[in-house]
Design a protein around this ligand. Sequence first.
Ligand code: FAD
Length: 221
Amino acid sequence: MKLQENADLTSYNTLRVPARAAKLVRLRSEKKLKELIKSGFFESDTLPLGDGSNLLFVKKNIGSAIKNEILGSEIVKETKETVLIKVSSGQNWHELVLFATKNNWSGLENMAYIPGTVGGAAVGNIAAYGQNQEDVFESLTAIDLKTGKLEKFLKSDCRFSYRESIFKRELKDKYFVTTVTYLLSKTPQYDVSYHSRYESLADELAKVATPPYSFTTSPAL
Ligand SMILES: Cc1cc2nc3c(=O)[nH]c(=O)nc-3n(C[C@H](O)[C@H](O)[C@H](O)COP(=O)(O)OP(=O)(O)OC[C@H]3O[C@@H](n4cnc5c(N)ncnc54)[C@H](O)[C@@H]3O)c2cc1C
């Protein structure tokens, strides 16, 4: 964990809007966050920060910001047909898509190249080319920023709708998402019909990936 006071947040959002945080924590573990909350470390307003690709600062000064750098993933359960994978929320979303496609696990591929973290993807319920994050979502864990308690949220708890979730509404800045679990299919269910409606886009995609999405790089998670 790294702590900075009066931190400049300009480089923590993709629009490069200037803002400052009285305290900035670069967080590498769930355990550390629980300890900090229980010790009364945070100011009243605490902002979870992913990669800042869906953020617009409207205040010049905020109390505390928690930059998510919690990494890792684990296979929770695997059957002949499916794989249940739990991913730490600071993991890069596109790297997760690459990891899944490399293993021929289907369900995320149309959402390749969306910037941001896995936590940000769940909070924003990202979507692209007919595929939605919620379609493969199983559950998430999040820490209550007031009590430090770790809680599990099932799909129905998250109140997903198009690019929406409870974490953008009633629970905004109240919980820090720490892991997200996805159920992926081992039977490819590629949907490329969306692309054919946008021929120029299909041409652009063909420059970076060979249908059905055999990406050239495949970093390990
Ligand atoms: C060029 C570009 C293309 C994009 N294309 C798409 C697209 O095709 N489809 C789409 O759906 N979106 C798209 N987006 C939007 C954006 O990429 C997604 O919303 C992304 O998931 C945001 O993730 P992030 O880590 O950057 O979140 P941030 O921008 O850091 O945070 C977004 C919100 O989520 C909260 N948050 C982040 N992490 C956590 C956490 N761990 N716990 C609790 N709250 C958290 C933040 O407080 C903030 O309110 C695009 C953005 C850009 C810049």
